[in-house]
Design a protein around this ligand. Structure first.
Ligand code: ZN
Length: 148
């Protein structure tokens, strides 16, 4: 048996190093953005950046109590919000995904409330919901590497 021991030792070493290199569940979840992952993020970035750029238009309409334009803006250009933000959230690191998805949900909940406030001519509430949506939008973007 004695002469097999070194061989067994080598085999165990090979198995051990393969377990480390090939990884358990922890190694399969990337904790930083590889170039490939970043490409995915970049793919969905422009559509979201466009919405963020146009967001202040809403504030102007709220200040003017232009509820018709507030509502058509929410259902028009901002109608894509849910889809676009969710697609981008889906490309983020596993550790950031849950927070990004819950912020995404927050953004359109606030937009729905803003829509309702506009329908009821409630300027103060409309302003608050606009501000809340913007804060959640910016928190969301702080999780996205292309906006950092
Ligand atoms: Zn919120």
């Amino acid at each position: 048996m004695g002469r097999f021991r070194p061989l067994l030792g080598i085999l165990l070493a090979v198995v051990a190093s393969c377990l480390v290199a090939c990884g358990g569940p922890a190694a399969k979840i990337p904790t930083t953005y590889t170039p490939e992952l970043l490409q995915q993020v970049e793919l969905y970035t422009p559509a979201v950046a466009e919405l963020r750029d146009r967001f202040p238009e809403l504030q102007g309409y709220i200040q003017q109590k232009d509820w018709v334009n507030v509502q058509s803006f929410i259902h028009g250009p901002m109608g894509e919000m849910r889809t676009r933000v969710n697609r981008l959230a889906g490309t983020l690191l596993t550790k950031d995904k849950p927070q990004a998805q819950s912020l995404a949900k927050e953004i359109y909940t606030h937009l729905e409330r803003l829509d309702e406030a506009a329908a009821n001519n409630q300027q103060v509430i409309a302003g608050q919901e606009y501000r809340n949506a913007l804060d959640d939008f910016d928190s969301f973007l702080s999780l996205v590497p292309t906006f950092q």
